[in-house]
Design a protein around this ligand. Structure first.
Ligand SMILES: [Zn+2]
Ligand SMILES: [Zn+2]
Length: 240
């Protein structure tokens, strides 16, 4: 029994270290790119960046510990509906489950995010994220612990319900990480032709999320603009 608890604990700690290294590596790469593409863009933001890194590393614990226990349970106890062999489900399920997972995560986040903008909740929880003015590449996980749980525990819970191939899940996590960083780094990574195309009216990139950090009560989505369009909260793009 003790050995079981110890191996689950080690998995939780290992996952936390992986999540933290992933954050430091991806944010570090895009912060470095920002210095090259927009020299001086983060000038005078040293104190804010230190806070962003502090909150983000605390979020790594909240993302990493449960994910590590679940990964241990997947490997050792058959927990979750994650499957390894792509042939276990029809091949069309792989792209469909990818889009579906992103759409469900986006739906969950949109409504939780609107709730977090209620004044009392904003003051207690979401103000931490909006203290980044303007946000930087280090703000991707700069959340109050309650918000970190809201954002970070949805997919670990979803894998108990929705069958998902391990590679598809890894792809979701890569998209989540890259979008989280690039949407906050203060400049548009994607070409104008894409951002201002028909696809751009659906996809969220830095130009869209930057406006949320400027104006607060609009552009609440995570990956897609669909809920913002449906609910009349989309106020278009800014030029970060
Ligand atoms: Zn943000
Ligand atoms: Zn917000």
């Amino acid at each position: 029994m003790e050995a079981v608890a110890l191996s689950a604990l080690l998995s939780a700690l290992a996952m936390t270290v992986i999540v933290a290294l992933r954050y430091l590596a991806v944010s570090g790469v895009f912060a470095w790119a920002t210095r090259r593409v927009r020299p001086g863009h983060y000038a005078g933001l040293g104190q804010q960046i230190r806070k962003e890194i502090g909150w983000s590393l605390a979020s790594c614990l909240i993302y990493g510990l449960p994910a590590g226990v679940i990964a241990w349970g997947w490997q050792n106890r058959g927990w979750t509906r994650i499957y390894s062999n792509p042939g276990d489900w029809p091949m069309w399920w792989m792209p469909v489950s990818l889009i579906l997972t992103l759409a469900l995560h986006d739906t969950w986040f949109y409504w939780a995010h609107r709730w977090m903008h209620r004044p009392a909740v904003f003051r207690r929880i979401h103000a931490v994220h909006h203290a980044s003015r303007p946000p930087t590449a280090w703000a991707a996980m700069s959340f109050h612990p309650v918000e970190a749980a809201i954002v970070g525990l949805f997919i670990p819970a979803l894998v108990f319900v929705l069958p998902i191939q391990a590679g598809v899940l890894a792809t979701v996590l890569v998209i989540m990480t890259i979008m989280g960083v690039t949407n906050h780094m203060g400049w548009e990574l994607f070409p104008r032709a894409l951002v201002h195309s028909r696809i751009g009216t659906v996809l969220i990139t830095a130009s869209h999320h930057h406006r949320h950090h400027e104006q607060y009560r609009c552009n609440y989505g995570l990956y897609f603009r669909v809920w913002d369009h449906l609910c009349g909260t989309d106020r278009g793009l800014s030029a970060p």
